[in-house]
Design a protein around this ligand. Structure first.
Ligand code: URA
Length: 237
């Protein structure tokens, strides 16, 4: 990349001003003063200094919503070499990471970003935002089971906090219900464990919203960039 373009990308000066810096001997590449305006830098390996200070490309912060398909892990790679959600965003230049997790078998809304502060905030128990899931479960929960689910269930060594559950549909031929579930916590396989605890195991699970951020019409396996408004909202949580 031409040196003046690189200096501009690092946020030091405009391309034109960068040329002035070069002409006044203020730019070094690997500790050698550069005087040639057309000098090409190897941005991965060269060390560029302006006024003896190392400069680096500013990383743009990006915020992405992926509609995760079933059969993808949300970590980088595992010992079974299963596909990772990162394979689905590999055309993004920035190195993004998921905010929280979804199980291998769960589909739906997954946010990814390179904004570490936001990830920290959104995954901290203090801030945990309400997550909405659509679950297909065996059978039809009765009133008592729904109340237990909403008020808190004992799962392993903890009691779940208040949750919401609505029956959206019941297919009596298959004896399968579609539920809308809202929880604030994010313990490992929590929705699956909660449904199992009321004797209605999950058959399929999809996350459709995180707070006000909705999956809407994002196609399965595809991603979209969050809008300015959505980013502002997440930062305000
Ligand atoms: N709860 C689960 O059981 N699985 C998920 O992937 C997310 C929430």
């Amino acid at each position: 990349m031409r040196i003046n373009k690189y200096i501009a990308l690092c946020g030091v000066a405009s391309r034109r001003k960068a040329e002035e810096l070069i002409l006044s001997n203020r730019v070094k590449v690997n500790d050698e003063i550069i005087t040639e305006l057309s000098y090409q830098v190897d941005e991965k390996n060269d060390i560029v200094k302006v006024d003896d200070k190392i400069i680096k490309e500013e990383e743009k912060l990006v915020y992405i919503l992926l509609n995760k398909p079933e059969g993808y892990i949300t970590t980088v790679k595992d010992q079974f070499d299963r596909p990772s959600v990162l394979d689905l965003v590999s055309d993004i230049k920035e190195r993004v990471y998921p905010i929280g997790r979804l199980d291998y078998e769960t589909s739906g809304l997954l946010l990814l970003t390179n904004d570490g502060d936001l990830t920290y905030k959104l995954t901290h128990p203090k801030h945990e935002v309400e997550k909405t899931y659509v679950a297909r479960v065996k059978g039809k929960p009765n009133r008592r089971e729904i109340e237990n689910f909403k008020n808190g269930l004992k799962i392993e060594d903890y009691i779940t906090s208040k949750a919401k559950l609505k029956i959206v549909k019941y297919d009596d031929k298959k004896d399968v219900s579609t539920l809308e579930i809202k929880i604030h916590e994010g313990k490992n396989r929590q929705v699956r464990k909660m449904c199992k605890a009321i004797n209605h195991p999950v058959l399929r699970l999809k996350r459709v919203a995180m707070g006000k951020i909705k999956i809407q019409d994002c196609q399965i396996g595809k991603y979209r960039y969050l809008t300015e408004e959505e980013i502002k909202y997440l930062k305000s949580i």
